[in-house]
Design a protein around this ligand. Structure first.
Ligand SMILES: NC(=O)c1ccc[n+]([C@@H]2O[C@H](COP(=O)([O-])OP(=O)(O)OC[C@H]3O[C@@H](n4cnc5c(N)ncnc54)[C@H](O)[C@@H]3O)[C@@H](O)[C@H]2O)c1
Length: 269
């Protein structure tokens, strides 16, 4: 595909590349193609699976372990990243999510509350921790761009999405509050991208994902947006072409969120 050099000279951190299906994996590849440089990070346990090192090699990126819920880890990550990359950062991609309740198939009426708190910590509060750490270390350049990945369950109920629903609502709210703060301070923009169902480790963890994926595909005039489509949108949002977009939840879903019903669904009924 054609490249545009949109991120030439820009530096950042990419959270959440686990394997080649990950949205963050595809984003890292595109950011590199567009001239950006970055460090890659994931939880120490995820790094042990080893796949990220393949990505790191192809992107000439360093890998720095960090549990996104641990502020100490985040401080080290930001400090090391600025040293390795040679300056402050222009972009951060938070592509992290996990719910023990979803993973262990707990019904919404039988949630484990310790796990619920874990879901919120990993999938939402961590976004605040990332931005608060960046602010305290003065790690962002003026006109930088920060993104997290969300899902439409923040606005509408999808029963099998369980406590991730609350996590996404909180994530989007944090983007607005911190977007205000960083906008005033440094002209840094903060947004969430609300992505179509995508076949990844996190996506496949949701019960009935196959059928759900097909439903969303049939309900979207353009079909589901893929991880590589999402990577393109992430590049746009990190580029100077989106400088005045902030505190938004940006639907990247082939039209799903504005559709009432489609011919394909009527045929099925
Ligand atoms: N796949 C979908 O259908 C879909 C749809 C909309 C939004 N999203 C969101 O996209 C983002 C990326 O998910 P994905 O679909 O690429 O799946 P993925 O499983 O590839 O990525 C999730 C990442 O979170 C990381 N992670 C989990 N706990 C962590 C911790 N404590 N510290 C640091 N990292 C941790 C995992 O190691 C993994 O790399 C998530 O926020 C997810 O909710 C996914």
């Amino acid at each position: 595909m054609k490249t545009y050099d949109l991120l030439r000279g820009k530096r950042g951190i990419v959270f959440g590349a686990l394997d080649q299906h990950s949205i963050a994996w595809q984003a890292a590849k595109k950011i590199k193609e567009e001239g950006g440089s970055f460090t890659l990070t994931n939880a120490p346990m995820a790094l042990r699976m080893g796949e990220i090192h393949r990505l790191a090699e192809s992107c000439q990126a360093s890998v720095i372990p960090a549990d996104v819920t641990v502020v100490n880890d985040l401080e080290k990550l930001f400090e090391e990243s600025m040293t390795i990359l040679g300056g402050k950062l222009d972009f951060i991609l938070h592509s992290v999510g996990m719910s023990p309740n979803v993973r262990k198939n707990r019904s919404y009426g039988d949630l484990n509350y310790d796990w619920f708190l874990k879901t919120l910590d990993i999938s939402a509060l961590s976004f605040h921790k990332v931005m608060q750490t960046a602010e305290k270390l003065n790690a962002m350049n003026e006109w930088g761009s920060i993104l997290a990945l969300s899902y439409i369950s923040a606005q509408r109920t999808f029963p099998d999405y369980s406590d991730m629903t609350q996590a996404k609502a909180m994530l989007e709210s944090i983007a607005r509050s911190y977007g205000h703060r960083l906008g005033k301070q440094k002209n840094v923009r903060v947004n969430t991208i609300s992505q179509s169902p995508t076949y990844t480790k996190a996506g496949n963890g949701v019960p009935g994902f196959d059928k759900f994926y097909d439903y969303a595909h049939k309900m979207s005039p353009l079909g589901n947006a893929s991880a590589t489509d999402c990577a393109d949108y992430i590049v746009l949002m990190f580029s100077d072409l989106s400088r005045m977009v902030t505190m938004q939840n940006l639907m990247h879903d082939g039209g799903f969120s504005s559709s009432g019903i489609t011919e394909e669904i009527i045929e099925l009924l």
